[in-house]
Design a protein around this ligand. Structure first.
Ligand code: ADP
Length: 278
């Protein structure tokens, strides 16, 4: 980002308040704002992932608020299927978020390498995603940006939902969120319509993930964001004939234009799709 030079991150990072040092290790990846590195806790040699955000990038008030929202939501979560939150601190240059290390990258890299996953593989990862989302929705959190790159994998190939930068809390039953600052990857039609959205947007994104993993490309893909949004608004997608009936029916239910017609995360595992042979 021009004009906002990011300083080099030092090899030893100090949490001054807690008197703790972390040794910076392998580079893990880069996001919209963050750079991620392996960080080794000098006291117990535990290796974590450090999500490091340069304060020079948090210029607008809305960006600062988003960062605070991400930390405040993520730090309260504790579930096997959500990337563990191990604390945060800052120095003059950066904000550091300590996360459970997921060494096996994400479903994004797996999709790029493999293009198609098999149905049993998709069922396996989809179950983990659903368990994570059940926990989130029980705790009144909507993720709002579920996508392949936000589903990290640990050494045991267990899926962990990450990146709560667009997440929000539902304050009262039946509340419909009216605004979302940012551009979710698998954006639901009711977000585009600004008609009010809630938990069902995560179900929509899950439908897009299942479609992409099985069919090899996203359901509403075009050459431009504008055309993609048009297709989403018209609910225009097709499922190839070779996809098994229970599977295509499952995808169609998740990608219902009307959010109330989508199954909730709690009902989803009853679907015939999950009665396959694994
Ligand atoms: P941003 O919020 O700026 O988009 P992300 O949270 O997506 O940043 O992190 C950027 C990249 O760092 C990810 O795409 C991933 O490759 C890597 N990464 C993030 N969190 C972890 C983690 N807990 N373990 C391993 N790698 C991670």
């Amino acid at each position: 980002m021009a004009g906002h030079a990011q300083k080099e991150i030092p090899d030893v990072i100090r949490d001054v308040k807690r008197m703790k040092d972390y040794q910076k290790g392998k580079f893990l990846g880069k996001g919209g704002f963050a750079r991620c590195y392996e960080l080794t806790d000098a006291t117990n040699l535990k290796v974590l992932a450090g999500k490091i955000v340069s304060k020079s990038l948090l210029v607008k008030q809305s960006q600062k608020e988003k960062m605070q929202q991400e930390i405040s939501i993520h730090r309260a979560l504790d579930c096997k299927y959500i990337v563990g939150f191990h604390g945060y601190f800052e120095d003059t240059d950066n904000i550091y978020i300590l996360l459970e290390l997921c060494r096996k990258r994400s479903l994004m890299e797996m999709h790029k390498r493999r293009k198609y996953l098999t149905e049993p593989e998709v069922r396996y990862f989809c179950r983990h995603l659903i368990y994570g989302c059940q926990y989130l929705h029980e705790n009144r959190v909507i993720h709002r940006d579920l996508k392949l790159g936000n589903t990290l994998l640990n050494d045991a190939m267990e899926l962990k939902i990450s990146d709560f930068g667009l997440a929000t809390r539902v304050d009262h039953d039946g509340e419909r969120k009216k605004t979302l600052c940012g551009t979710p990857n698998y954006i639901a039609p009711e977000i585009l319509a600004k008609s009010g959205h809630s938990f069902e947007v995560d179900v929509w994104s899950l439908g897009c993930i299942v479609y992409t993993l099985l069919i090899g490309r996203p359901p509403f893909e075009t050459n431009s964001l504008k055309d993609t949004y048009k297709r989403i608004q018209k609910n225009e997608f097709c499922i190839p004939n070779n996809v098994a009936k229970p599977t295509s029916n499952f995808i169609r239910r998740l990608l219902s234009a009307d959010p109330s017609q989508r199954p909730s995360m709690f009902k989803m595992l009853d679907d015939d799709f999950f009665r396959g042979y694994t």
